[in-house]
Structure formats: C-alpha cells, structure tokens
Design a protein. Structure first.
Length: 134
C-alpha cells in the first residue's frame, strides 16, 4: 500500500509543478498593429528594448522612444524607472527570445501589463512609423 502511495505521489508532484509553471509562463504577444493600438489606447506605455546597446545601432535600428535596458540588467534597470502602476510595458529584442525571458523576469516582479513584440525587430516594419500620443 505504501509503495502505491509513493508511486502516485511521484507522478503527481511533477504534474503539479509543470502545470503551475505553464499557467504563469504564458506570454502575451502583439504584432506591430497591436503595438500601435496599445500606444493609442493607453496613456502610459513603456517600450523596453532588451538588446545590447550596440545592437540598436545596427541594421535593425530601434523604435523611437524605446528605452534600452539590456536583459542582463533588467532587474536593476527597471527599478530605476519610476513606473505608474497602470503602465503598459512592451518588450522587444532582435527575434523575441530575450523578450520572452524579460517577460518572465518582470512577471516575477509583479508587473502585470506586459507584452512581447512578436518576431522582435526582425519582424518590425520600419516603413510604418509608430504613432505618437503627442
């Protein structure tokens, strides 16, 4: 009887662990039109580029008005920014991989309005300027 309980427990613990992680780990992606809508619909939007500074000067460029906080410095860098609780954060990088990691980091810091630019700067259309609220 005890061995049966141990087997059930061994099967149940990983299931609970992984199912909990999946629920928290869901990433919310937006495309360029979604980014434009967020900028127009929300007063407080912060676009964070988690690439290294030299990448922003390369051929992919940068989104005007975005704040550069490299992924490795995100936890420290985000605390130096005075954010309103209603601020919507949009994360971007080259392809979206680092942005997804940044999404997890900020989620653990209790930020709740976070989005990842799908495809990153590789997918960003430079021909269509991002609207400004000004």
């Amino acid at each position: 009887m005890n061995s049966c309980k141990i087997i059930i427990l061994c099967a149940l613990v990983p299931f609970l662990f992984f199912s909990h992680g999946c629920a928290q780990g869901e990433t919310y992606f937006i495309d360029q039109s979604g980014l434009e809508k967020i900028i127009l619909d929300h007063e407080n939007v912060l676009i964070i580029d988690v690439r290294e500074p030299h990448e922003r000067h390369g051929p992919l460029g940068k989104i005007p008005g975005s704040l550069n906080i490299p992924l490795g410095l995100l936890e420290q860098g985000i605390t130096s920014v005075d954010l309103d609780p209603d601020t919507v954060i949009v994360l971007l990088c080259r392809t979206q991989n680092r942005s997804q990691t940044a999404y997890q980091v900020l989620g653990k810091m209790d930020f709740s309005k976070i989005y990842v630019l799908k495809g990153g700067m590789m997918n960003y259309n430079h021909q269509q300027p991002i609207p400004s609220r000004e």
